[in-house]
Design a protein around this ligand. Structure first.
Ligand SMILES: [Zn+2]
Length: 52
């Protein structure tokens, strides 16, 4: 029985930014899956003030 490894789950983490789909520097804080860039913008909208 041969099994082809076709379906592979994402390697490290497998987190993708909800917003732009980037998997680089995704932040999981607050259960929000955004990359650093988007997080910064979203954070302001949501109400996380002074994110630095
Ligand atoms: Zn993003």
């Amino acid at each position: 029985m041969r099994t082809k490894a076709v379906k592979r789950k994402f390697g490290k983490g497998g987190r993708k930014c909800y917003r732009c789909g980037s998997s680089k520097g995704v932040i999981r804080k607050y259960r929000l899956f955004y990359c650093r860039r988007c997080f910064r913008e979203v954070a302001q909208q949501i109400g996380f003030n002074k994110y630095s």
